[in-house]
Design a protein around this ligand. Structure first.
Ligand code: HEC
Ligand code: HEC
Length: 359
């Protein structure tokens, strides 16, 4: 590991995120000969097996070229760094960072990134920006099937070409990175540019299609379920009041909550997390009252007749605690917060419902 000069590597790669790529380019100082030699040794030891001794790719497992100018111009430094550090789970490309069990330190990964660029002739990075490419994903699906599936796989699983449906790849590549590869190809590889074959609109469409696969190749768009109205928040309106003992002040344990729900006691259960999390999974019968809700609407709709109001969020309990404090200040007497949070609730094996599956 290079301990002598980690700071310049840091400076060179500080502008690492695609969001700041549009900022003024900074000159990247060249590697010292001993650092370049160490990077080359790492490369031959760890990478040559698949990416080839000469970095041309396709030595094994269809590993892509690491010398194509098109890649080095658009992927330097952040995509190279992310791909090397964390890999592409689900493909032969593993993560090389020690943090995930790999053999390289972060400085060694950074040194490798600079070395790859220098070996490729230090092409000027293209600052593509992170704006979305607007396109018709459905039309793009047809373009994909006709022009791309033969190499990239019918489900984006990869073949001769990279796995374009890989969630790690899609999570780390802005639209314009994909769009650039589609238009210009990857020089020296089977990936030819589609500039002459497809219209700009078709290239936008297929980019939008790939982007739309980011949550899974066959994932259906999930319809959002309208949450129950606050006015209908009281569970078991004819039930008895729940009985339980507070834990640590104003908390109820998951075991007690599970029991009083099964006993069909009269109570209100509030999910105080951001409402998208209620859609993903929630405790059955809960009403989403995100911590950012309009206080007046909440006070006006909740029963003030002593009905128990139990709030939960993730653990630690910040959101539910703040809603609970607010309710007490407003004069709601019987309130409690789920001690374990929904994370603990799930971990202990208690059931949840999915927003979209609820009747
Ligand atoms: C066992 C084979 C294998 C080894 C060893 C390997 N890679 Fe990879 N690498 C791959 C494959 C396959 C992909 C494409 C994965 C995909 O389909 O998304 C890939 C992708 C990449 C990418 C992303 C390129 C792009 O166009 O998106 C980079 C960068 C990369 N590898 C660098 C490295 C480096 C540096 C090393 C050594 C530290 C290394 N790889 C070792 C197989 C390998
Ligand atoms: C003849 C086979 C072939 C066809 C057809 C093809 N590709 Fe590729 N594609 C490849 C290969 C091989 C690579 C990896 C290039 C390399 O070695 O660097 C690649 C790379 C890419 C990349 C870069 C991925 C990355 O992580 O760097 C994108 C994006 C891409 N292709 C999109 C497409 C799209 C969209 C189509 C259809 C319009 C298409 N390709 C058609 C073979 C092909």
């Amino acid at each position: 590991m290079n301990t002598s000069r980690p700071s310049f590597l840091l400076a060179a790669l500080l502008l690492a995120s695609p969001l700041v790529q549009a900022a003024a380019p900074r000159p990247i100082p060249p590697l010292l000969p001993e650092d370049a030699a160490a990077a080359e040794a790492d490369y031959q030891r760890y990478c040559a097996l698949c990416h080839g001794a000469d970095r041309a790719g396709h030595a094994n497992d269809h590993a892509p070229s690491l010398k194509s100018e098109s890649l080095l111009r658009t992927a330097f430094p952040w995509l190279l760094r992310e791909s090397i550090a964390y890999g592409r789970p689900g493909t032969p490309m593993g993560g090389y960072l020690d943090e995930v069990g790999g053999p390289m330190s972060l400085d060694e990964v950074r040194r490798m990134v600079i070395w790859l660029r220098e070996k490729g002739g230090s092409p000027e990075p293209l600052r593509l920006g992170s704006e979305r490419v607007a396109g018709d994903a459905q039309a793009g699906a047809a373009v994909y099937a006709q022009h791309c599936a033969s190499c990239h796989g019918g489900q984006g699983e990869g073949g001769t070409g990279t796995a374009l449906g890989n969630p790690a790849m899609l999570a780390t590549t802005p639209d314009k990175f994909l769009r650039h590869a589609i238009e210009h190809g990857r020089d020296g590889t089977p990936m030819e540019g589609f500039a002459g074959t497809l219209s700009p609109t078709q290239m936008d469409d297929v980019t939008a299609f790939l982007r739309s696969r980011a949550t899974g190749w066959n994932a259906e768009p999930r319809p959002l379920v309208p949450p129950p109205a606050l006015a209908d928040a009281v569970l078991n309106p004819d039930g008895e009041a729940p009985e339980f003992e507070f834990k640590n002040g104003h908390y109820i344990t998951a075991a007690d909550l599970d029991r009083i729900l099964k006993e069909k006691r009269r109570l209100v259960l509030l999910d105080t997390r951001v409402a998208s999390m209620w859609q993903l999974a929630h405790i059955k019968g809960s009403v989403p009252i995100p911590y950012y809700s309009d206080p007046e609407a909440v006070i006006g709709s909740l029963p003030k007749d002593g009905t128990w109001i139990i709030s939960y969020c993730e653990c630690p309990r910040a959101a539910a605690d703040s809603v609970n404090r607010f309710l007490r200040e407003e004069g709601f007497k019987n309130t409690a917060v789920l001690w374990e949070g929904i994370g603990g609730w799930v971990a202990l094996g208690y059931p949840t419902s999915v927003g979209r599956a609820d009747p």
